[in-house]
Design a binder for this molecule. Structure first.
Ligand code: PLP
Length: 393
């Protein structure tokens, strides 16, 4: 029997993420008509805020749907039945996006990758160079693979596409990187960006969106997959230029506040710097735990380690879900589990969104205590290493 958990629930999942108190206060409002003139400035400020976080001056379409809905929007608005897309394998989320594409009768060509290493950019270049007939209509990349704690450089993918002069659209899933890691839609030449409310934007789940380039909007005009709820053309003809159906008014009060926190109160560059610092601290702890044949960083590519989520590989014979259960029951700390084929093999520490040093250290300390309690071999002093790094930074 575990005593009823007291104190604050420490939420160290990589999505959803902690919702800042001022965002909670902003969400807490009675209903108003979304055509009410009082709502217009809220909608406009939130809409403009998301475009700034995307670093785009192009188009934005929003949906009442979780991130999966925005994935679907990106495919059905840009492609026609039988079209071929190139999906860069990264982990569970690239698999899901590819599976969705197949369900829509798209031909999926995969650039295979070891989930611990990530794609070889030369393989991406080769796949595009071999496609002299330009059969590939879109290149799909998960910027930050939340399931493995790996970030792929989008400018490197853009360069690979350009190096062979391939005209394919460039689609990027930034659901767990937007508002926490560096991302520049226009500068990096991304044609369609998939984002969601419940990760870096620190809101409840349920609203997602796509940033869309002028090039993508031109392709949209000829795309023939069936669509309605996510149809950009229908949206452009409605007064709010987004959403089919009722606009989630309360979410927009929250979104206005969360984009204000990111852009004005802290500043986007400082947000990114904070995530860089916290990500490095988490990794320093894991590297110490790796002693004595303990848990190790799942991602083996040093230049691709994600600053918003750290995936930790359990030592052979130990289950990550048992550790998570102990940590949750004893210390009221929630960690992410392994997704798909990584179930039980890894656990994930989310460090994105509304988070500071003591919150991360609390989660790391709970993990280190969990390792002791469960008798899992590890090097002691991971939290010390994280503290030493953060104290210096
Ligand atoms: C969370 C996540 C998704 C899925 O979003 P839902 O809101 O759960 O539908 C897709 N891609 C990435 C990279 C994610 O982290």
């Amino acid at each position: 029997m575990s005593p009823k958990a007291r104190g604050r629930h420490f939420f160290a999942n990589p999505g959803p993420t902690n919702i800042p108190d001022t965002v909670l206060r902003a969400l807490d409002r009675p209903s108003i008509d979304f055509n009410d003139p009082d709502f217009a400035p809220v909608y406009e400020a939130a809409f403009a805020g998301v475009k700034k976080v995307l670093r785009t001056d192009q188009h934005l379409f929003m949906y009442n749907a979780s991130g999966h809905g925005a994935w679907e929007a990106s495919l059905i608005n840009l492609l026609s039945p039988g079209d071929t897309i190139l999906v860069l394998e990264s982990g569970y989320f690239s698999e899901e996006w590819a599976a969705m594409a197949r369900a829509h009768h798209l031909e999926v060509r995969l650039v295979h990758a070891d989930w611990r290493v990530g794609v070889d950019i030369a393989d991406v270049r080769r796949a595009l160079a071999e496609d002299t007939a330009h059969t590939i209509k879109a290149v799909c990349v998960v910027h930050n693979e939340t399931a493995t704690g790996m970030m792929i450089s989008l400018p490197a993918i853009r360069a690979a596409i350009d190096s062979v002069g391939h005209p394919a659209l460039f689609l990027a899933d930034t659901i767990s990187s937007l508002g926490s890691l560096e991302f520049r839609m226009d500068e990096w030449g991304v044609d369609c960006v998939v984002g969601g409310s419940q990760k870096g934007l620190m809101l409840p789940t349920g609203m997602s969106f796509t940033g869309v380039s002028n090039k993508a909007l031109a392709a949209h005009a000829g795309a023939k997959l069936p669509r309605f709820y996510f149809d950009w053309t229908l949206m452009m003809n409605r007064p709010h230029k987004s959403f089919i159906g009722t606009i989630p008014v309360n979410v927009f009060y929250g979104l206005r506040e969360s984009t204000r926190l990111i852009l004005e109160e802290e500043g986007l560059d400082n947000v990114i710097a904070r995530h860089t610092r916290l990500g490095e601290a988490a990794r320093r702890a894991v590297r110490v735990w790796a002693g004595n044949n303990g848990p190790t960083l799942f991602c083996l590519s040093p230049d691709r380690l994600s600053n918003s989520v750290t995936a930790v590989m359990m030592p052979e014979g130990f289950n990550g879900d048992a550790l998570r259960k102990t940590v949750r029951e004893r210390f009221n700390v929630s960690l992410g589990g392994g997704l798909g084929k990584l179930g039980g093999k890894i656990f994930r520490i989310g460090h994105l969104g509304d988070l500071n040093e003591p919150m991360l250290l609390g989660a790391l300390a709970a993990v280190e205590m969990g390792l002791r309690i469960e008798g899992i071999p590890h090097g002691r002093g991971g939290v010390d290493a994280a503290m030493a790094f953060l104290a210096e930074g």
